[in-house]
Design a protein around this ligand. Structure first.
Ligand code: GAL
Length: 390
């Protein structure tokens, strides 16, 4: 379906070099008990009834996105190997569940909490609760805002994710008047703002010079001549184009946009999709519209299903945020805390209440041309799990 040619450009983005500390050599916990995977809503390797038996508590936002399941699997593997006792719980899209998950883990005596919040601001209460109990808190992937109770963060350079997505669309566009459809993540997730900020930083000049014409957001059109948007301006745009990180929302928004668009607003279209789940949903909608002759669409997370879409030419690119690096970095930090060692970071971010020391990791653009090198040769996934590869 897609006619546009994808360029053979490998974009190695962000170049904050990260001191990558491996978890090899972690001290074995004395109270590690037999493995009991897949408890109710998470994973644990310790006897959860025994008080004070857990060293590391992990809270992830939802099981409904493959992206977080990957993190869970990887955490279990490296924490088992490192000999830490741990429990992983999921918040299933609810800040209330998230808070009770933190309470549960605190009551089990965790020393370190690794938390990827559902809502990056509402999580403040849970972070404070952990802090008050003497637990060191590591924000994971998403940027927690508005609390000084957060100790550290490990995550990727989210602005560079948005830049990679926007730049990909630019690199694959020719001429002027190219229809542009914009989509974003959840308003409750600070990362969604940062991704959009990065994408806008490269797309806006190309909207201003006529390369792209925004087709699905009046709020974005209103400010299309402004490179640096205020928080309020961004919030207005995101309010209109949010997917809530939910592929059902993404699907119905894309359907509504294409239903109300004229044939002249279609043709060869360009789509900024914030992550893989939403990209696949939106791509499926664009693929069946008879007036869409070709589409170029971005993604993020290198989910298996999207790697297959990239191979099949149904999704143009994705951004690899290597889960191995992220979980390794989080566990390395936990180990440093538990061993009273110096915690290694390479940057910081201002969360509105404090400057949070952060270990920031690089991302990679994955296209049909780079999938072999970044995904298969690196061992991220096995090529045998995919079809259509020569
Ligand atoms: C973001 C995260 C992305 C993506 C998204 C949807 O915060 O950085 O990698 O997974 O959430 O859950």
């Amino acid at each position: 379906m897609r006619k546009s040619k994808m360029k053979n450009i490998v974009t190695v983005l962000l170049v904050v070099v990260t001191l990558f500390v491996n978890v090899v050599g972690c001290t074995k916990s004395t109270d590690t008990t037999e493995s009991k995977p897949n408890v109710e809503n998470g994973t644990t390797n310790s006897d959860t009834k025994a008080k004070d038996s857990i060293q590391v508590g992990i809270v992830l936002p939802t099981k409904d996105e493959p992206r977080w399941i990957q993190d869970q699997t990887r955490f279990s593997a490296i924490l088992d190997e490192a000999g830490f006792t741990y429990q992983i719980l999921f918040s299933q899209g609810s800040s209330a569940t998230e808070k009770s998950n933190v309470e549960t883990l605190v009551s089990k005596g965790i020393k370190v909490l690794i938390i990827c919040p559902q809502d990056t601001s509402a999580v403040g209460a849970a972070v404070q609760l952990a802090k008050d109990a003497g637990v060191k808190v590591i924000g994971y992937d998403r940027l927690i805002t508005g609390t000084d109770a957060l100790d550290y963060n490990v995550g990727f350079n989210s602005e560079s994710v948005g830049v990679a997505q926007g730049q990909y669309l630019i690199d694959n566009a020719t001429g002027t008047g190219n229809p542009l459809y914009l989509y974003a993540g959840a308003l409750s997730d600070e990362n969604a703002f940062v991704f959009f900020k990065g994408a806008w930083s490269v797309l806006q000049p190309k909207i201003a010079d006529g390369t792209f014409v925004i087709k699905n957001s009046e709020e974005a059109k209103k400010v299309q001549d402004i490179l640096e948007l205020t928080r309020e301006q961004m919030a207005s745009i995101l309010g209109q184009i949010t997917t809530d990180w939910d592929f059902n929302v993404a699907k119905s928004k894309a359907e509504a946009h294409l239903t109300s668009a004229r044939a002249a607003d279609k043709g060869g279209v360009y789509v900024l999709a914030p992550n893989d789940g939403t990209a696949r949903a939106i791509a499926d909608v664009f693929a069946i519209d008879k007036d869409v002759t070709s589409y170029v669409i971005t993604g993020q997370d290198a989910e298996k299903a999207s790697i297959q879409y990239v191979i099949d030419g149904k999704q143009s690119m994705t951004v690899l945020k290597d889960t191995r690096m992220l979980t390794d970095a989080a566990v390395a930090m936990a180990k440093q805390i538990l061993n009273n060692e110096k915690v290694v970071v390479n940057s910081e971010y201002d969360n509105g209440a404090k400057k949070v020391p952060m270990n920031q990791l690089p991302v990679l653009s994955v296209t049909k041309d780079t999938v072999k090198e970044y995904i298969f040769d690196s061992g991220y996934y096995e090529a045998s799990e995919f079809t259509g590869l020569q």
